[in-house]
Design a protein around this ligand. Sequence first.
Ligand code: ASP
Ligand code: MG
Length: 424
Amino acid sequence: MSTERIKVYKFGGASVKSAGSFRNLAHIIKTQGGERQLLVVVSAMGKTTNALEALLHLAYQQQDFAAEFEQLKDYHLQVLHELFAEQEHRAFERLEQLFDLLHIQLRGITPNDNYDKVYDQTVSFGELFSSAILHYFLEDQDLANTLIDSRKYIQTDSNWREGKVDWAWTERLIRRDVPALLQQGLVVTQGFLGGTNIGLTTTLGREGSDFSAAIFAYCLGATGMYIWKDVEGLLNADPKHFSDTVRYPEISYQETIEMAYYGASVIHPKTIKPLATKKIPLYVKSFLNPEGEGTRICDCRFEVIAPAYIIKENQCLVSFGVKDFTFISEKNLGTIFNALSELRIKINLMQNSAISFSICTDYNPERLHRLIQTLQDQFVIHYNTDLRLYTIKNYDTASINRTMEGKEVLLEQRTRTTFQIVSR
Ligand code: ASP
Ligand code: MG
């Protein structure tokens, strides 16, 4: 089956947050999708994933979650009412069914469950809701489409909340079915979700829908992947923090990977590699201005590019000191790294001195607590929370001055291309 003309579109939560945004999405598909074969990957509506995390938390603590549950259900039903004039529409039945399943899932949770495992079985509902709505809505708009369950295609191990993809198996399954389905019309599927070989749900990490789309694009050998966002493309800073952002019209895979690594929230970090491997260009475009040029991320190279400002919030700086009057040894470092790896704590920045070793990491109270428990016999451990990690890629003096202004710096590090500080 020819896969030459396939495109993959990914729509994030902001692009499906209301009935109006679903209509806009259908309009984009009609006007931009062209005659190509199109696979559409969709995230949960708006802030649904956060809402599901909150529901899970309540259920896990054995607290009442009825109000929060109703609120999430109302939000989805409200959108359905606005999208489907006919109140008997099958979409209502399907959503009721899915919400019933979510309710059963939540009720069954006990404090003894493996949290990360139930997380995946629960939080995954957001994408099941949104993809079902999208499927019926596009159908109503005369956009024939098949809804497929990405958990049956993206196969992962059972590394809950960050399923590791079995590429060979995933590719085989996708190529077996999807090209033929694309011959018949659009294919709609969920972002963020994967499945294990025994049929359990996994997720690919928060904001993982970009990665899902890239997995499909890779396996299908797509001609392009498109991420539709509420910004004009890939910007050099988050417009929430900066008023004078610039858009990169074109940028390399490498630069983008590094930006994502440092915490630019534009694209999920794992998205680029599969695309770069097959040289599939990634377009970042605005769903508010679909005609806009956007950004093309591809196999290109530029000598000079605008400094990128990246801010990672909610950081924690942990320092490990030795208890006797010796220095931090490689053996000490080995012990620390092992504990970090066991607890899946990712280092965003690290620094070593004679008597202490410091890491900056995303603040996760549970994991930090476990880290301290594991290592407190061997090290004196201090930590600060509520910090930010500022990174400037391709910095210059002006960009450093701007970033440092008025900040209390707890840690600073600089390489040839990157400048970073941890600060309050
Ligand atoms: N809905 C998931 C999240 O909010 C995945 C995604 O949006 O990419 O993290
Ligand atoms: Mg999202």
